[in-house]
Design a protein around this ligand. Sequence first.
Ligand code: COA
Length: 165
Amino acid sequence: MSRAPFRLVPLDAAHDRTAFNSDSEPLNRYLREQVTQDIRRRVAVCFVALADGQHIAGYYTLASASLLLVDLPASTGKKLPRYPTVPAIRMGRLAVDQAFKGQGLGGALLADALDRAASSEIAAFALMVDAKDKAAAAFYRHHGFIVLPDSPLTLFLPLATVQPS
Ligand SMILES: CC(C)(COP(=O)(O)OP(=O)(O)OC[C@H]1O[C@@H](n2cnc3c(N)ncnc32)[C@H](O)[C@@H]1OP(=O)(O)O)[C@@H](O)C(=O)NCCC(=O)NCCS
């Protein structure tokens, strides 16, 4: 999706996290102060887009999750087994540095996350996201995500609809 020459790799200690500056200060702070601890504790993994050298242009995190069957739209739920929950992968955070916005990088990071989730050897029904606000929810809807009927900021995309690369 991205036309810029970004490299998408797992975050490592050599990457410069201090200069990252998206529109969301909580997401900047998370990258600076918390993500390495979450990785160490195995509650998230983080992938970054490197613009040049070790400069981070965007990032996202993934972790395992579950969706309550009763929270899904009825049309989706009726095609699933009658367990209380279905397995999912949560993209907990996604952000693009202001300098790289509008160049397709957010879409490319999302596509990379979907590809990883759909290619996993561990089953997951969907990639889910908790959008931080209405604009973020609109970004995910634009990419085909479906809103949970009773929580408009939680969206999911069934991974069976994703073509692994
Ligand atoms: C949301 C965000 C990740 C988008 O990144 P980006 O690199 O600017 O987005 P892209 O250039 O890849 O846009 C891809 C497509 O999404 C569309 N899009 C971007 N933001 C959108 C929005 N808020 N609503 C609807 N569509 C949107 C673009 O028009 C583009 O459409 P196209 O592929 O049909 O041309 C970025 O603006 C950001 O980091 N925002 C602050 C943090 C945030 O809101 N994170 C969201 C997760 S909570």
